[in-house]
Write a protein that binds this ligand. Structure first.
Ligand code: FUL
Length: 451
């Protein structure tokens, strides 16, 4: 009997630890990427001068002439407003290259800008290094200018361009592979495996974005909304660039075997490229803050597009919104009102130090004084996988526990917004989890008046 019991106990223990081992986990490059939180996209090309969103490849390179282009000004603004990577559209669907590629004349070398001697990609990469932010690029596989497009030769052409960008511009943090293709595009099979191998070989630290990874997945919309439930895991078997199930990508899949977290790409303006008519439609700082809660606050990462204008600079309304955005976030998250009374591991800004919270064992956080807050933050130690599936936050009203909110996934970060609460203690109960939750950070904040 005792033997059976200890066998059972042992098997249970073994099962638990095997299970823990089996949870998908981020690679070091994915873990580092996730913690960047706010990253920037720069959509810039001939479209900026034709007022289009998609060019068709017939644009003359003569129209590209951003006379005041100043990468240092652009990157300085990004640095000062807290963005950690700048991703430039080195080539969009029209095929025009922002760097002087050896493999085509359809590039800045045929433009009047700097007498054909300019290189937008280099200036952005250099400015990123100078200001200490990371550099990444977007290289559209769909190319409407290149004559070899639609044949096998195009894969070599694309790889040659990729190689130029991966070797001549210093460290690359992210490469964006867009699956988009027009309805009338010639049919062709992209050699994605070959493209990815090249990145791994030449820039092993870079994360690879496409609709379904391999490192980072699309969030499934361009409105800046990660799912209320957002798992970093998916089953990528039936997905490919250009073949996305947007609903599935939006929420992820608790049973997915691959760790491929969601990136939320969204533009500060209605379009991805600059259009003067949209100067009055730039999202406000407050609206950008909402996007932050809907992306970073839901276990995703914000990739905000700010398109340079025809002069080659950010426009004033965009700059204002970026500074408003950052100042609101700084004000809101300046003081964790629970710091000092909670376990040090929960407020040391380190994911690896954590408090383990099993299912149905409430974690009481006693502040020992009354605090007033309307925002809460939770983070899991995702290095050991994503575990929380459902939890509830309650506060003590002097007589009983009252519910603040029941929420689903946490992952890297979960932010909750609710009407102001005054209390001296709260409790967090994990209701469902894949494994005991490794709670890494917890915070309670009073939102900026400007929010
Ligand atoms: C899409 C493209 O078609 C848009 O022009 C933009 O680049 C966006 C980020 O991705 O697929």
């Amino acid at each position: 009997m005792l033997r059976t019991f200890s066998f059972l106990f042992f098997s249970l223990f073994l099962f638990q630890s095997l299970n823990a081992q089996n949870l998908p986990k981020p690679s070091p490059r994915q873990l580092a990427w996730q913690q960047l939180e706010t990253t920037a996209f720069l959509h810039f090309t001939v479209n900026t001068f034709t007022d289009k969103e998609w060019g068709d490849g017939t644009e003359s390179p003569q129209i590209f002439n951003p006379t005041q282009f100043d990468a240092r000004k652009i990157v300085k603004t990004l640095k000062e407003t807290g963005f950690k990577i700048a991703i430039i559209t080195a080539k969009h669907h029209d095929g025009f290259c922002l760097w002087p590629s050896k493999y085509t004349d359809h590039s800045v070398k045929s433009s009047p800008w700097k007498n054909g001697q300019g290189d937008v990609v280099k200036e952005i990469a250099d400015a990123c290094r100078e200001y200490g932010i990371k550099f990444g690029f977007y290289l559209s596989p769909w190319d409407q200018h290149e004559a070899t497009y639609g044949t096998d030769k195009y894969n070599d052409f694309y790889k040659n361009q990729l190689k130029e960008l991966l070797t001549n511009y210093g460290e690359v943090a992210e490469v964006w592979f867009d699956g988009a293709k027009g309805k009338n595009a010639k049919d062709m099979q992209y050699d994605f495996d070959g493209y990815w191998q090249l990145v791994r070989q030449l820039q092993p630290k870079a994360v690879l974005f496409s609709d379904a990874g391999p490192d980072v997945r699309w969030v499934g919309n361009e409105t800046g909304n990660a799912g209320q439930t957002c798992w970093s895991t998916i089953d990528a078997t039936n997905l490919a660039p250009g073949k996305a199930d947007s609903k599935y990508l939006n929420t992820g899949d608790p049973n997915g075997k691959s760790w491929i977290p969601a990136e939320t790409d969204v533009s500060i303006r209605p379009g991805w490229f600059y259009h003067a008519a949209e100067d009055s439609k730039v999202k406000t700082g407050q609206e950008l803050v909402n996007l932050y809660y809907q992306s970073v606050g839901r276990n995703s990462l914000l990739l905000l597009n700010i398109p340079p204008n025809r002069e080659g600079l950010f426009s004033e309304p965009d700059i204002k919104s970026l500074y408003d955005f950052r100042s609101i976030l700084n004000e809101t998250f300046k003081t964790n009102l629970g710091k000092g009374s909670m376990a040090a591991a929960l407020t040391d800004n380190q994911l690896k130090t954590h408090v383990t919270v099993p299912v149905n064992k409430p974690l009481v956080l006693d502040f020992k004084k009354t605090i007033t807050f309307d925002r809460a933050l939770f983070q899991e130690n995702i290095a050991n996988g994503q575990r929380n599936a459902e939890a509830t936050l309650e506060y003590w009203d002097g007589k009983a526990w009252k519910k603040v909110e029941t929420f689903t996934t946490i992952g890297y970060k979960r932010l909750l917004r609710f009407p102001e609460i005054k209390t001296s203690k709260v409790r967090v109960t994990v209701l469902q989890a894949k494994q005991p939750v490794q709670l890494a950070e917890v915070g309670f904040y009073k939102a900026s008046e400007k929010e």
